[in-house]
Design a protein around this ligand. Structure first.
Ligand SMILES: [Ca+2]
Ligand SMILES: [Ca+2]
Ligand SMILES: [Ca+2]
Ligand SMILES: [Ca+2]
Length: 273
């Protein structure tokens, strides 16, 4: 595997693309990058295009990103060079509209463009070929892992299913606990807490925050504070910090949740590990 070989391979429109990015950046608000853990989870494979790097060392300021609506940025394929995931990167949308879309649940569709390899289709629905051959690329929203196959008119199949021993392509666009809040914005990434209720205003939602005195640990000191609150009402706004499930009362349900937290720091929350 390797990134682009030299600067001579870079498209001449890189600078223009960077300028366009400033204009369209609003359309990718909240977008998440590839391989957030920096563990090499960035490579797809095509028999005729070689490794496709979804987090190349340089990408004209436009690293691939995933949002609820679309993919943007540039992928580097070792045998065919840059693959553009959105026309917004090149300022060509007025003349030709293309791009890889996300339905918000992780099903991708649409077209990428390679100046050396032509169109790259991310779903057979895009090209009306599903009756002949069924293919497509998906992102598992719970894990951020890409899967499935894309089709390049000049390079054939591009696989996102990792071979044994490989990790494939993984994005930070994911909702591990399935509560509708992406990990990067979730104040309890591993427990469902759609309300994001956070009484003490720190980085952790009540649901994963038994650290009532905010000293970084959940221990006997917090147990004392919790017992003082037990049986007390907790009315919005400003739920009691001991109301871990934010239902308006500090009761036996919270006792169960609090005991589960004992011995653990608050969180995890927000930024991915
Ligand atoms: Ca979540
Ligand atoms: Ca959560
Ligand atoms: Ca908190
Ligand atoms: Ca504490």
């Amino acid at each position: 595997m390797r990134d682009q070989a030299s600067t001579t391979c870079r498209p001449v429109w890189r600078q223009a693309a960077a300028l366009v990015a400033l204009v369209v950046s609003g359309s990718t608000a909240g977008a998440q990058g590839i391989d957030p853990g920096n563990v090499g989870a960035r490579y797809g494979w095509a028999a005729n295009a070689g490794w496709l790097n979804f987090r190349p060392a340089t990408a004209g300021g436009q690293q691939p990103n995933v949002s609820d609506a679309q993919l943007t940025g540039f992928v580097w394929a070792e045998n065919v060079g840059w693959i553009n995931l959105s026309c917004t990167n090149r300022g060509t949308c007025a003349t030709v509209d293309y791009g890889v879309t996300n339905d918000g649940l992780g099903t991708l569709a649409g077209l990428g463009w390679s100046e050396n390899a032509g169109w790259i289709s991310f779903s057979c629905t895009t090209r009306n070929t599903c009756n002949a051959v069924n293919y497509g690329v998906t992102i598992d929203k719970a894990t951020g892992a890409f899967g499935g196959k894309a089709w390049g008119e000049n390079v054939g199949w591009i696989s996102f299913d990792p071979a044994p021993g490989y990790v494939g392509v993984v994005t930070g666009w994911r909702d591990t606990d399935g509560d509708g809040v992406l990990d990067a914005q979730d104040n309890c990434t591993l427990v469902a807490n759609t309300s994001q209720c956070n009484s003490d205003g720190d980085a952790y939602g009540n649901r994963c925050d038994g650290d009532l005195n905010n000293n970084g640990a959940t221990n006997a000191q917090d147990t004392v504070l919790f017992r003082q609150q037990l049986g007390q009402p907790s009315v919005a706004p400003g739920y009691n910090v001991a109301d871990l499930n934010c239902n308006g009362a500090v009761n036996a349900q919270d006792t169960t949740l609090f005991r589960q937290r004992l011995g653990s720091p608050p969180g995890p929350a927000g930024l991915l590990p």
